[in-house]
Design a binder for this molecule. Sequence first.
Ligand SMILES: Cc1ncc(COP(=O)(O)O)c(C=O)c1O
Length: 409
Amino acid sequence: MNDAQLMALAHEYGTPLYLFEQTALRDRVALLRECLPARAELCLAIKANPFALPIIRPYVHRLEVCSPGELNICEACGTAPEEIVLSGVYKDEAMVRHALSLGDIHRYTVESRAQFELLRRLAQEVGRRLPVLLRLTCGSQFGMDAADVRELVGAFGNDEWIDIYGLQQFSGTQKTSLRRVERELARADELMGDLTEAYGFVCREFEYGPGLPAEYFDDPDPAAERAFLESLGALLDGMAFQGPLTLEIGRGLTACCGTYLTTVVDAKTNQKVNYAIVDGGIHHLTYYGGVMAMKQPPVRLLEAAEVVEADEGDKGDKGDGGDEEELPTWTICGSLCTTNDILVKSLPVRDMHPGCVLAFDRAGAYCMTEGVSLLLSRELPAVILADETGTTHLARPHTRTDPLNTPNF
Ligand SMILES: Cc1ncc(COP(=O)(O)O)c(C=O)c1O
């Protein structure tokens, strides 16, 4: 949406708000499809943005679900069980039973021997063979050692109750190193080869989370981005494993679709520093790697007359007459009672005043869930979805959190 449309949205729904746009998701998926191998199916890790479900659904094959709450969200959105990969380091019996009650879940991931036993016991109880992927650890609390994977395949490779399809692997988010990806793929290839050699077991699927990075603090560079994705595609193409591949992606699918709008509610100068206080804050907006606004997030002021970087070639350093003009800079702070609540430092703005609306881009992944939402019992922002035609839908109204912090005593 352009700035005028964003302003209209801010007035219609009130700020703070998130806007998630379907056209951005469509274009993003199209780019991934162009650069990644055709055999790679896309699976959205819904933790990155559960609100994106209705607008990303046409473009991805699967949804990765990691908690009872996420499973409820999928159910509420009418997700078919065949579209769900049930994952997560903690799968309790109630969650697995809920999943079983929904129907044939596409895959269950297995993070430990205990999870394997739980799934096998429940499979036996309901009389259904469950399709699983064994998660290979990358040296954290997630997944299992290769030795455990080998033993499970050795013992249950042809099991009546558990159908082992293959491996899952995810090591972390915002991975900018293709060398690291290469090493991870090599480890998976090696293990899959071992399983065949030792047990005649052939993996029928590999699910991989590449931890695709999003650029938050520098200007987007489409050529570099494409080159990165093509290199990732080449690494996947180069794997010894040439069977069905699923890529679990959160940030790299959804970061691009989000804009966060917040309004200036106060402006003042304390000890020669200009502060603008906004109605949002760090409880609504977190950019990976952006602690205490040490890096400049993708932010702009919406009021057309006051936008500093409105024209190409005029980066805002000049006044109307073309003379050098040093603009005052502003520190943008949120509405929490903590000095940590700084969204932006040194933003040059000619005329900052209450009522100005700031737009933060690339706010489509994790921003809306990773903040300290309950601090100060402030309201949660509204969430607006814009479909492919640009029509907007209120996906969540401004929501009070004080009931969650009120002692019922
Ligand atoms: C198992 C798993 N897969 C995929 C993802 C998504 O990661 P990203 O948002 O970096 O794509 C996560 C994120 O925590 C995860 O835990």
